[in-house]
Design a protein around this ligand. Structure first.
Ligand SMILES: Cc1cc2nc3c(=O)[nH]c(=O)nc-3n(C[C@H](O)[C@H](O)[C@H](O)COP(=O)(O)O)c2cc1C
Length: 192
C-alpha cells in the first residue's frame, strides 16, 4: 500500500513534548511525515526538551522551512491525509481563523480546510481570552478539529510522558492511525 502524506507543524506554544512523542508514534511504513516548525516552535522545543528539534527527529521525516511556500503541501494538488499543528499557539490559531497565509504553516492549514482534509489543532494556552475562544470557534466552523492539550487522568499516568501520550493517542485516532499507547476506556478498574 502506498504511504500517505501527513503534515505535522510545530509552533511556539509550550508542550513540545507532545510534538516529540507524536513524531515518534507515527508509523513510518504507512505515513510519510512532512514537518514544518515555526521559528518560535524550534526555540520553545529546544528550551523545553533540552536539545534541538533536529536532534530529535526520527529518520525518514522530511523537513521544511516555515517560509518555504514552494513546499509540495502548499498546494491542494498534493495528496495528503491532513495536518496536525502540535502544539498550536494562539497566534497561529488566529492566523488560520482569519485566513492569513503568512507562513507555510498557515498556508498548509488553509489548504487542508479548503480541500476538506482533517486539520487538527492542539492549542495550549490558559486562561483563554474571548479572542482565543472566538478563533477556536471560527476554525472549528471552517472544519478544523480543536483538540486542546488537556490530558485526561483516568489512565493512571505515572510519568509526564504518560500525560503527553494521552494527547498523542487522541491525535493519531483523528487520522485513523491505530494506536495502542492509551487503550480505550473499559470502565472502572481501567489502567489498574
Ligand atoms: C517558553 C515559551 C512558551 C510559550 N508558550 C506559549 C503558549 O503556551 N501558547 C501560546 O499561544 N504562545 C506561547 N508562547 C508565545 C509564542 O511562542 C509567540 O506568540 C510566537 O510569536 C508564536 O509564533 P508561532 O505561532 O509562529 O509559533 C510561548 C513563548 C515562549 C518563549
Amino acid at each position: 500500500m502506498e504511504r500517505q502524506n501527513l503534515i505535522i507543524a510545530i509552533t511556539g506554544a509550550s508542550g513540545a513534548i507532545y510534538a516529540g512523542r507524536l513524531l515518534h508514534s507515527i508509523p513510518g511504513d504507512s505515513h510519510a511525515v512532512h514537518l514544518v516548525a515555526s521559528e518560535a516552535g524550534r526555540l520553545v522545543y529546544e528550551m523545553e526538551m533540552g536539545r534541538p528539534l533536529a536532534a530529535d527527529l526520527p529518520s525518514g521525516i522530511r523537513t521544511y522551512d516555515s517560509s518555504d511556500f514552494t513546499a509540495p503541501f502548499a498546494s491542494g494538488s498534493f495528496p495528503c491525509a491532513g495536518m496536525a499543528i502540535v502544539p498550536c499557539t494562539m497566534g497561529t490559531l488566529g492566523a488560520i481563523a482569519s485566513g492569513l497565509s503568512q507562513n507555510l504553516i498557515h498556508r498548509a492549514a488553509d489548504v487542508c480546510l479548503k480541500e476538506r482534509r482533517p486539520l487538527v489543532l492542539v492549542p495550549r494556552e490558559t486562561p483563554l481570552n474571548r479572542i482565543h475562544l472566538s478563533n477556536m470557534l471560527r476554525a472549528s466552523e471552517a472544519g478544523a478539529i480543536i483538540l486542546p492539550a488537556m490530558p485526561g487522568y483516568y489512565h493512571n499516568p505515572a510519568r509526564v510522558e504518560d500525560l503527553a501520550d494521552f494527547i498523542v493517542a487522541r491525535i493519531l485516532e483523528q487520522f485513523g492511525i491505530p494506536q495502542n499507547i492509551v487503550p480505550p476506556w473499559e470502565g472502572p478498574g481501567y489502567g489498574k
